[in-house]
Design a protein around this ligand. Structure first.
Ligand SMILES: [Zn+2]
Ligand SMILES: [Zn+2]
Length: 321
C-alpha cells in the first residue's frame, strides 16, 4: 500500500478523507538545535532531514494540524482545516499540492497557542486575491478564550471599519464564530457536525478536541494532559459509543509532562477508551517513526487495538456519512 494512505473501518466506501498536515510538537521536527549544535553522535531523527527530502522523511513533522476533505451532498468537497500553526505555509506548499487541495472552506481552532494559530496571517494565501478585501470571509470556529487572545495577537484580522485616511491593506478575511467548550453544544462547519471535547492542557487551561462523523466516528485530540470525566464518557466504548478512530496527543516517548500526554499516558487512555484504531500526533524528535511504529505494532498485537504514529502527509479515507 502507498505509504501515504491508510485505510480504516469504512474507508473503502468513504469518499471523504483525513489528511494529516502536521504531526509534530510546537517546535516541530527536526529540532533546530540538533542541526546547529549537533551532539556526538548526532540526533538520529533530526539528522535525517539533512539527507532525506521532507516528503520521503516521516520524521519531518510540522505543527499538528488536520485537514478534513468532506464529501457531502451532491458530491461537493468541503475542506475543513483544524489549526493553523507556525508551519502552516510550508504544509500548504507540501501537502495541498500533493493531495490536490484547492482551498480551505472553514477553519476550527483547538486553542490559541502559537503552534495552533500563528499561521493565521497566511490564510490569505489560500483565499482568492482581492486588493480591496472584497471576498467571502472564511468561517472560523473557536472558543471565547481563544477569541480574546487572538484579538490581541491579530487585531487586524478582526473586521473593522477603516478610519479616515487609512489605506486598505490585503489581509486574511475571516468570519469569527464562538463555540462552547461543552460536549452538549455541537456546531456545524461546512455542513459537518462537530462535538467539542473539552480537555485539560495543563491544569489551568482547557483545549478543545472534536468528535465528528456519523458512519465512521472520529475523535481528534491534539493537546491534552488529562481527560475530564464527561469528555472521556462521550468517546469511550463503555460510555456513549466506541470510536472508529482516535487521533491523540503524545509528546515524549517516556515519562510525563505537565501540559501534554506522553506515550505512557497516551497508551493508558487508548486502553481505557478502546477505539477500533488510534493514530498518534504531536511528537517531538524523541520518536523515530519506523522504530516506534514497530514497538507500537507489538503493543497493538498484545492489546488488540491497532495504534501507530501518524506522519505528515498521511491520508486516511473515511466514510463520514
Ligand atoms: Zn533531534
Ligand atoms: Zn498548546
Amino acid at each position: 500500500m502507498d505509504d501515504n494512505v491508510l485505510a480504516v473501518n469504512g474507508g473503502d466506501t468513504g469518499r471523504s478523507a483525513l489528511i494529516f498536515l502536521g504531526t509534530g510538537c510546537s517546535s516541530a521536527v527536526p529540532n533546530a538545535m540538533c542541526l546547529i549544535q549537533p551532539s556526538n553522535p548526532p540526533c538520529p531523527v533530526c539528522s535525517q532531514s539533512l539527507t532525506l527530502p521532507p516528503e520521503k522523511n516521516p520524521n519531518y513533522r510540522g505543527n499538528t494540524s488536520l485537514l478534513i476533505d468532506y464529501v457531502g451532498s451532491k458530491d461537493k468537497h468541503s475542506y475543513i482545516l483544524i489549526d493553523v500553526g507556525k508551519t502552516f505555509r510550508e504544509q500548504v506548499l507540501r501537502w495541498f499540492t500533493f493531495h490536490s487541495i484547492p482551498r480551505v472552506d472553514s477553519i476550527i481552532l483547538t486553542h490559541e497557542h502559537a503552534d495552533a494559530v500563528l499561521g493565521l496571517d497566511d490564510i490569505r494565501a489560500v483565499q482568492p486575491y482581492s486588493s480591496s478585501n472584497d471576498i467571502d470571509p472564511t468561517p472560523i470556529y473557536l472558543s471565547q478564550s481563544a477569541m480574546d487572545s487572538i484579538s490581541r495577537k491579530f487585531p487586524y484580522l478582526l473586521r473593522k471599519k477603516l478610519t479616515k485616511g487609512q489605506e486598505i491593506r490585503r489581509v486574511a478575511q475571516l468570519d469569527w464564530h464562538i463555540i462552547e467548550a461543552d460536549c452538549h453544544r455541537p456546531f456545524f462547519a461546512s455542513g459537518l457536525k462537530f462535538v467539542p471535547l473539552p480537555v485539560m492542557h495543563g491544569e489551568d487551561y482547557i483545549s478543545l478536541g472534536f468528535l465528528f462523523g456519523e458512519r465512521c466516528k472520529i475523535a481528534y485530540i491534539s493537546d491534552i494532559s488529562r481527560f475530564p470525566a464527561t469528555t472521556e464518557y462521550v468517546i469511550s466504548k463503555n460510555g456513549a459509543g466506541q470510536l472508529d478512530l482516535l487521533i491523540l496527543d503524545t509528546l515524549y516517548r517516556n515519562g510525563s509532562h505537565n501540559t501534554h500526554f506522553c506515550l505512557p499516558q497516551t497508551l493508558d487512555a487508548i486502553r481505557r477508551l478502546c477505539p477500533k484504531r488510534a493514530l498518534l500526533v504531536g511528537m517531538t524528535h524523541e520518536f523515530d517513526h519506523h522504530q516506534d511504529n514497530e514497538f507500537l505494532a507489538e503493543w497493538s498485537k498484545r492489546e488488540g487495538i491497532p495504534v501507530q504514529l501518524a506522519r505528515d502527509g498521511l491520508m486516511v479515507p473515511v466514510d463520514l456519512g
